[in-house]
Write a protein of this length. Structure first.
Length: 460
């Protein structure tokens, strides 16, 4: 295969850029000189959107030509047609999403103030509000300075108000039944923008501000009687992003009663997960959200034991509708519970969950799932050791706590036989890789193994 010289490659690239530059020039000319033809301006903006979408280098080219600045001025002009303004905002969102430099250049106080003013107007179309929210969500995504501007310009507070009043089941939204689809789309877009304002990167001040809507979220969760993924998903995403890695906000969520309500929602859906694919999917979504609510917060995780959380999570794991890729998220939630309290661990044993965890540990193809299963077993083992240590420190173990010897059940025998068949050929490698207790060495283990072998031969 012959390689082209560097100079020829650059020449080919220049040739490819020429027609794009020509197209962009023509479209910008149309925007500038067709001010009295909003339809032509709208078509030109949509063409620019199509050319630049997900193309960072093309956006750079447009910016060098002054195109980004012109579209920005068009978006905030008071004399252009409403449709042109809306399309200009949409195009800016596309350009910012494709090019970080463009995003940073648009992250200015004037831009956020303009968007805030649009969102506060009641006489503009819902589609224009939605496009404004889309632009806002692009500017705050993975952008600390954008998140800060959203707070200081009042955009975050406006988003929270829209989040309340456009909720599909709220009284205000019901009154606009004719625009039900557009209202829902606006609400979902607002939810997405709020997620960007509080996380990725995490913004603790933004999370603290969003605590104000926790009480109404509780009432929403109580309102949703039927499984509705399109409503549950945005709510759960917002909750998870708002409480993530913030113990104070987690406590506020619990204090509002929303944590208990969310837990009850999981209980309802998980109980039907074996029969309903939709209930199983919703249970996964809620489980992930609960995981964010209790991560690194043992008191909150312990409190979920009153709802028998472990048994419901195991019901979900056993569901025939569960996607194997979702096992990990359920196990992580389970791990947060068992790590937090012995009551969760007792429920795991009583429910008969250990065989399932062991099966996942030995048979699942995902390394992450096996690690999660190992972690759950370790939390139960550590608690057992801790309890036993306390008993020894206080004296002899009471007779009432000693377990009577019992034969293995048929199910336990089946698991043991399966383990022997699976690992029987590699016992030696397993023994050698197992961590030694303090003071023991591989020499000690080898000597003991040899003594046992000799003793067995003598018996035979």
């Amino acid at each position: 295969m012959a390689f082209k010289p560097l100079g020829r490659l650059e020449s080919d690239m220049d040739k490819a850029v020429v027609p794009i530059r020509t197209d962009l020039n023509l479209l910008l000319e149309c925007l500038k000189f067709q001010m009295k033809c909003p339809d032509l301006q709208k078509q030109a903006l949509l063409a620019i959107h199509s050319i630049c979408e997900k193309r960072e280098d093309t956006v750079d080219l447009l910016r060098e030509m002054g195109g980004v600045a012109f579209v920005y001025n068009l978006s905030k002009s008071s004399i252009v047609h409403s449709d042109v303004k809306e399309t200009a905002l949409f195009t800016l969102g596309t350009l910012a999403e494709a090019n970080v430099y463009c995003k940073n250049s648009l992250c200015r106080k004037e831009m956020f103030a303009e968007v805030a003013g649009l969102l506060m107007k009641e006489d503009i179309p819902l589609t224009q509000k939605r496009v404004s929210v889309y632009l806002l969500s692009v500017l705050v995504a993975n952008n600390k300075s954008g998140q800060t501007l959203a707070q200081t310009t009042g955009c975050l507070d406006i988003l929270l108000d829209l989040f309340r009043v456009t909720f599909p089941l709220s009284t205000e939204a019901t009154l606009r039944a004719a625009n039900a689809t557009q209202t829902y789309q606006l609400w979902a877009s607002v939810s997405s923008a709020l997620c960007g304002c509080v996380n990725n990167p995490q913004n603790e001040e933004g999370q603290r501000i969003c605590v104000a809507v926790f009480p109404i979220i509780k009432s929403w969760l109580q309102q949703i009687s039927l499984p509705r993924t399109e409503i549950f998903q945005p709510i759960c995403s917002f909750i998870a992003m708002t409480v993530a890695n913030n113990s104070c906000v987690q406590e506020s969520f619990s204090a509002s009663g929303a944590l208990d309500t969310l837990t009850l929602a999981l209980v309802r859906q998980a109980s039907a997960a074996d029969k309903s694919l939709l209930s199983c999917q919703l249970s996964i979504t809620i489980s992930k959200t609960l995981s964010a609510c209790i991560t690194d917060n043992a008191p909150l995780a312990s409190g979920l034991a009153q709802y028998g959380m472990v048994s419901h999570l195991f019901s979900l794991l056993a569901s025939p509708h569960l996607d194997p890729e979702d096992r990990l998220s359920v196990l992580l939630t389970l791990g947060h519970c068992t790590e937090a309290s012995e009551e969760h661990q007792s429920q795991l044993v009583q429910y008969g969950g250990l065989p399932l965890v062991i099966t996942l540990l030995t048979e699942d193809t995902s390394e992450e799932v096996r690690k999660a299963a190992t972690f759950i077993l370790q939390t139960c083992k550590q608690a057992s050791k801790s309890k036993q240590s306390c008993l020894y420190q206080n004296g002899t173990i009471p007779y009432s706590l000693q377990r009577k010897r019992k034969d293995f059940s048929p199910k336990e025998v089946s698991y043991l036989l399966r383990g022997v068949k699976t690992f029987g050929s590699s016992w030696n490698s397993i023994l050698w890789s197992y961590p030694f207790k303090p003071g023991r060495t591989n020499v000690d283990l080898a000597r003991k193994y040899r003594q046992l072998t000799v003793a067995r031969e003598n018996l035979l």
